[in-house]
Design a protein around this ligand. Structure first.
Ligand code: NZQ
Ligand code: ZN
Length: 387
């Protein structure tokens, strides 16, 4: 097991009706708020009204900026930074999913920085100050509600890049599973694939003696595989949503990667796909992850056997390692397909025309991934396996 530090300061407020208290919670930090959200869903499902009412009852003035798109854009971030300065905002409340939260986190660091906020994404510059960010989560998926990262797309260069900093953890995140009842099936499925991927990025490690985090990862994956199909059958199944929402948080709050070298190659490759084709991040991961597994499983077959047996209960003769490995990957793909997701690029009309450029950008002058260090040529081969 590797040495590690553990730190996650986000207060999780979980359960029925919890979003009603967002005003009181925000009042602990804020004099003036930027209320940040996405497209139509928030107003259509009534969450916007509840949040606004709660802020008003707590006596907190706010300005608002909606319109965050999936794969959130730098241009709206810049608008948000400007607005925060003009309105002397000292707190950002993100109500939505990963895209809204990441946009909010980036506005928050940008508002405290004199230079170009893209410096944090392109030059490895670390932000030193931020406005505090609070979250009302409306979709379990990205885990950004208690992660230290943000992912932003710069439109003119089609670059999707991230920054990570401990100052980017939201101060609180409100998780009310009932807010998920209005999610479209495709978003539920894509969110589920992202949650699974966050666990697998940590699980596929060559680090020995990580039994506790192995078992935590496996329990988290088994819970997702068991509970997610239930919400696709009955979108108002509160108990199943509660499991999925908590699973989504645990998947990406940092706990599951402790003591091990994480991978993150599949995420790096997927970000190149969604940067160009603007697909849902989780939908891209359902395609990339199985291809990555097929490409790298020979590095440490025992880990893939453990995955197949403990997560998907593959019951083949233990001597037949390769068959077990392949069956585990096949069952993962079948799980994604059962959610309604595609598992090949060709099924979503993506061809190989940008593969070389994606490989170069994903590796960014170096290599990609912790399990096997991938070169641009390796990335191209994985993309070809995903076709
Ligand atoms: O825009 P609206 O109308 O609100 O619709 C949204 C959006 O179309 C809809 N939605 C959200 N909650 C809803 C709802 N519709 C009905 N009812 C609700 N309760 O869902 C759609 C997707 O929202 P989005 O925020 O884009 O989804 P997600 O949470 O999957 O976030 C994806 C982004 O997060 C990044 C991804 O790269 C992507 O850009 N990630 C961020 C990470 C982080 N910061 O730690 C880690 C992740 O690996 C990921 O890379
Ligand atoms: Zn992800």
């Amino acid at each position: 097991m590797q040495n590690f530090e553990s730190y996650n300061p986000t207060r999780i407020i979980f359960g029925k009706d919890t979003h009603v208290q967002v005003g009181m919670e925000t009042a602990k930090y804020a004099k003036k708020v930027l209320l940040h959200y996405g497209g139509k869903s928030l107003k259509a499902n009534g969450t916007y009204d509840v949040v606004v009412d709660s802020l008003q009852r707590a006596g907190i003035p706010f300005v608002e900026l909606g319109g965050v798109k999936s794969n959130p854009r730098l241009s709206l971030v810049e608008e948000g930074i400007q607005l925060c300065r003009e309105e002397q905002v000292d707190f950002i409340l993100a109500v939505g999913g990963g895209s809204v939260i990441d946009s909010a986190k980036t506005i928050a660091v940008g508002a405290c920085y004199d230079g170009d906020v893209w410096d944090f994404f392109s030059k490895g510059k670390m932000p030193e100050q931020t406005l505090p960010v609070g979250v009302v989560l409306t979709i379990p998926a990205a885990g950004s509600e208690s992660s230290n990262g943000a992912v932003i797309t710069r439109e003119d260069t089609q670059e999707k890049r991230s920054f990570c900093s401990d100052i980017a953890y939201p101060v609180f995140a409100i998780l009310n599973p009932a807010l998920c009842y209005t999610l479209p099936k495709h978003q539920i499925a894509a969110g589920g694939a992202d949650i699974m991927a966050h666990i697998m990025e940590r699980y596929f490690s060559t680090e020995p003696h990580t039994d506790l985090s192995d078992h935590l990862c496996e329990a988290t994956m088994c819970t997702l595989v068991q509970e997610l199909p239930k919400v696709l059958v009955d979108v108002q199944d509160y108990d199943a949503w509660a499991e999925v929402m908590w699973t989504g948080n645990v998947a990406h709050n940092g706990l599951l990667g402790k003591g091990r070298i994480e991978d993150w190659a599949s995420h790096g490759i997927e970000h190149e796909i969604s940067a160009i084709y603007d697909i849902a991040h989780g939908a891209g991961l359902a395609i990339v992850f199985p291809a990555w597994m097929r490409y790298v499983s020979h590095i440490c077959p025992s880990r893939f056997v453990q995955f197949a047996v403990r997560v998907f209960h593959v019951d083949l003769p233990m001597a037949d390692t390769e068959a077990i490995v392949q069956e585990g990957i096949h069952r993962l793909e079948s799980f994604f397909r059962s959610l309604g997701l595609e598992t090949r690029l060709s099924e979503i009309n993506i061809g190989r025309e940008h593969f070389e450029a994606m490989g170069e950008k994903a590796c960014n002058g170096g290599t990609l991934g912790g399990f096997q260090k991938l070169s641009p040529a390796d990335v191209v081969k994985i993309l070809e396996l995903a076709l």
